[in-house]
Write a protein of this length. Structure first.
Length: 122
């Protein structure tokens, strides 16, 4: 589910939902999408904050996920990248260039589909 929400957020941002489809009465605003790899946070222990009325903390121990998170980027590094990107009014904020091949592959497949559509009209 988190990936679905992430794709939805990116799609809404790209389509200008927040800045064009709904006119903003105030000063112009910028919108950026933060696309991170793993960041060293305490996300794997977030259930510690679950209120008692919802059952309280749950043991969600996952050693593999914990190792990925703890091997992730330093939060201050991500913060500096975000501040710089917001100042530059960047739409996309990537923190980890090693994911570029995945994005290139996805776009390659999308462009190939456009090529098929063009060829089908001939």
């Amino acid at each position: 589910m988190p990936r679905t929400r992430s794709h939805s957020t990116v799609s809404r941002t790209e389509s200008g939902l927040y800045t064009q489809a709904q006119p903003w009465p105030g000063p112009p605003i910028g919108v950026s999408v933060l696309c991170t790899a793993f960041v060293r946070t305490r996300i794997t222990t977030s259930s510690r904050n679950r209120p008692p009325r919802f059952g309280g903390p749950v043991n969600q121990a996952n050693a593999q996920l914990e190792a990925l998170v703890q091997g992730g980027l330093d939060p201050e590094t991500v913060a500096r990248r975000v501040v710089a990107a917001v100042r530059d009014n960047d739409l996309y904020i990537f923190t980890d260039p090693e994911h570029r091949p995945v994005v290139e592959d996805r776009f390659g497949q999308i462009l190939a589909a456009f090529d098929k559509a063009a060829n089908a009209q001939q």
